[in-house]
Ligand binder design. Sequence first.
Ligand code: SF4
Length: 218
Amino acid sequence: MDDNLTTPLSYISQYNYCKRRAALLMIERLWDENSYTAMGRNEHDHVHTPAADHKSDCIVVTDMPVFSGKMLLFGKCDAVEMYEDENGCVISFLDNKKFIPYPIEYKHGVLRNETEYELQLCAQAMCIEEMFDCHIDKGAVFYITSHRRREVFFDEEKRKAVYETVKQLRSLLNSQTVPQAEYSSKCKKCSLNNLCMPNLEKSAKKYITMIHGSFKEE
Ligand code: SF4
């Protein structure tokens, strides 16, 4: 496999949600929609149009492409609020003025605490830092249904977790193997449930014994 292949940034959250899900998406190229993914896509529509919207205290850039040559990651930020600040960085496409970027990731549902989205947001911030040679302390995950944002701080621990995830993703891609399913409460909401079949018996011997047992009972 080509070590220079780039990885979509969204796999950072997929991998931290479930390694098998990330592998089914990346390696098997499987996809299925459920009510959660459909609602999420629908609610995201307005931030999936490239624009620079001037607000009273900032400029909101939507659907902003980002890339990291160091991590070989690419993707898009739903929204980045740009706060004009002399200590910020020059944003070439915003009249070369100086700004402090504040990335925001939109998610379906009510306010909750999900590490996988915090790491996805941190990876976006790390891409912006590399692109504009700046440092970003914080951003937010915005929960659409409750219309509230959870502020996320990009500390060393999160940055290390992003690097580690990128390493694991590349190793997963190189191995071309899909990890075994580990059934958890996450499976109920997972759109790949029908394709993954997390409840299926892992051992063929155990499965045959179980089938044989149920025949005997009839
Ligand atoms: S159904 Fe469960 S084990 Fe399978 S991919 Fe989804 S979350 Fe992972």
